[in-house]
Write a protein that binds this ligand. Structure first.
Ligand code: FNR
Length: 375
């Protein structure tokens, strides 16, 4: 329904609505370093541009006269039913955008029923976020630590706090080549952001002889990037936790196939919003072949470049089980704290719902049968 749109038209209130307006509003609030860190991507940002632009290659061919008065967007993933297929992608170091950081995002997510995927490098800890958002759906994103006992400790904490799944990010074995951060001389980790889960971790802290702020930062950075990460680690992880495990950052159909063979529970098709390897395939272009090879065996979530409801509709119609957004909510956070995130999430949800209905689908099953043509 269009209540939100019509209410807002009647409100006489001016606020950023679409992605570029939100980005502009955030730019006015933030210093160059944090703004550049969030906005920018790797290399010449070819993949960043392709992520969003590639949606234009896919066109929706809608059906009409289908009575779309009752929309049901429920989706069941790994045994749990969520009211709609929109998720919060794991984004670290949220305090660089706003003092309330992840707490504000997770609260807004809870309000609009977006499952929240918390980053390993959050400014606030697993327990702090769980406490602030009791009862809402949360997953934990893991950067596998050089010292695996630290990873296991964080998983245990996520399990104890009621998180529903582990998302292991596989595309960040080292930091992407991000020139904007060199230009701005900005590293959020080096500035001391993103230690919420490390500084509160008993195993991490016990392994530190010197517990000064500098020592915590150095050890955290050393632990996060893990170039030897390989399928054996996945087996260790599989044995360690009974929570469902999803791999985030899958782009090749063969890796999707391996994920199924290794007993993983799901994947997230993503190129990290273009922040890791520049020149890689746009996430939406990688999706169809992966969906085909996975053939419904495990859920295939999707992110990178989703900016509006019609993008979500295209990803869902091409077979994504659910869609995550990253930068849009961070821009909302930067420009307006929790209220800013709420506005982004509410608008995105409504735009997606309107777009599904206008395509003629009444539920996600019908949406998957929607005709999409590629130009
Ligand atoms: C990210 N992303 C990310 N991914 C992850 O697995 N762990 C993390 O800590 C982070 N941190 C992070 C910080 C910032 C500032 C951004 C912009 C992104 C990647 C994120 O989960 C997601 O893949 C992308 O943001 C999706 O692309 P869009 O929606 O930003 O285009």
């Amino acid at each position: 329904n269009n209540d939100l749109l019509l209410d807002n038209i009647g409100s006489n209130e001016k606020y950023p609505i679409n992605f570029s307006e939100l980005e502009q509003a955030a730019k006015e609030k933030l210093e160059a370093g944090p703004f550049g860190y969030i906005r920018s991507s790797a290399g010449g940002e070819e993949t960043y541009r392709k992520n969003s632009n590639s949606f234009e290659k896919y066109s929706i061919v809608p059906r009409f006269l289908t009575d779309v008065s009752a929309l049901n967007t429920e989706v069941t993933i790994l045994g749990r039913t969520y009211p709609h297929p929109l998720f919060i992608a794991p984004v670290g170091v949220n305090k660089i955008a706003h003092e309330d950081g992840e707490i504000a995002v997770a609260k807004a997510a809870a309000k609009f029923n977006y499952p929240y995927i918390q980053s390993t490098v959050s400014s606030y800890s697993i327990e702090e976020i769980a406490e602030a958002t009791e009862g809402s759906s949360k997953w934990f994103q893991l950067y596998w630590s050089q010292n695996k006992e630290i990873s296991f400790s964080m998983i245990q904490r996520a399990e104890a706090a009621g998180y529903e799944a582990i998302v292991l990010t596989v595309d960040t074995v080292m930091l992407g080549w991000r020139e904007e951060d060199v230009r701005n001389q900005f590293s959020p980790l080096k500035r001391g952001f993103g230690q919420g889960n490390y500084a509160s971790d008993p195993v991490f802290m016990a392994a530190l002889p010197d517990q000064s702020k500098d020592a915590i930062i150095d050890s955290m950075i050393e632990n996060i990037y893990h170039p030897t990460l390989n399928w054996n680690n996945i087996e260790e992880l599989r044995e360690y936790t009974s929570l469902p495990i999803l791999l985030k950052g899958i782009l090749h159909p063969e890796d999707a196939k391996l994920a199924i063979e290794k007993g993983l529970d799901g994947i997230i098709v993503s190129n990290h919003g273009g922040r890791q390897l520049d020149g890689v395939i746009a996430s939406i272009d990688a999706l169809p072949e992966i969906v085909e090879i996975v053939n419904g065996k495990i859920p295939v979530l999707f992110d990178s470049g989703v900016r509006r409801g019609s993008d979500a509709v295209k990803a869902l119609a091409l077979g994504a089980t659910a869609v995550c957004i990253g930068r849009p909510f961070i821009w909302g956070l930067a420009s307006g704290g929790q209220a800013g995130v709420e506005r982004v999430l509410e608008n995105f949800l409504q735009e997606t719902n309107v777009s599904i209905s206008l395509s003629g689908a009444r539920n996600l099953e019908e949406l998957r049968k929607l005709k999409i043509v590629r130009s």
